[in-house]
Design a protein around this ligand. Sequence first.
Ligand code: DC
Length: 224
Amino acid sequence: MSEATQIVAIDGPAGAGKSTVARRVAQQLGFAFLDTGAMYRAATWRALKHAVDLDDPQTLAASTEAMNLVIEETPEGQRVLVDDEDVTQAIRTPEVTRLIFKLDQNSAVRRTLVELQRRFGERQPTVAEGRDIGTVVFPKAKCKIYLDASLECRTRRRADDLEKAGRPVDLDRLRDEIHERDEKSRNRADSPLRRADDALLVDTSDLSIDQVVTTLERLARERL
Ligand code: DC
């Protein structure tokens, strides 16, 4: 099988359900799962840890290049290690989430992470999810899916996750933050979030996770 036949590329905005769904589709297909958002989060966490000036593009790029990143899927869930330190929880804090745009707009940072992502996909059949998977990382993927959902629905889902994690939620603020992140992802110069011309649109607003997983698994089997 060539590289192009072994990739399921899933893109979409925050809160469309990409990670949960992509992980389960990967399990169903027996493919590896690649959470590229976790990579941008890890790079951001490392820059904060080393007190890198987030407005200095060269130092940010060097910090990302120097990062020793390990992402493992374990029976207990995903485990993320940066330079041998377990940062699984730390990369999900609001501070990291708020500051990722400083790195995800940086072309040198993106080049480093995209290279790692391509190498991962070349090694094994992969379900990869992010913002630029079908457009930039694996443009030849045979199965591309763009997952979307209304802003209201994505806000509700994110609020549920935060509540489950015991974090306080201000719905209006959360909605504004998600909207702002959408705008930043869609309007950045390098690799903006957009649906690839050959990606199938799946609106998850009125679907359960099981329904989305079943739909994507069927699409993947048809196309690969
Ligand atoms: O999916 P997530 O919320 O974990 O992603 C975190 C951030 O990383 C998101 O705000 C945009 C960025 N990102 C990106 O620019 N390109 C990707 N392929 C994945 C994520």
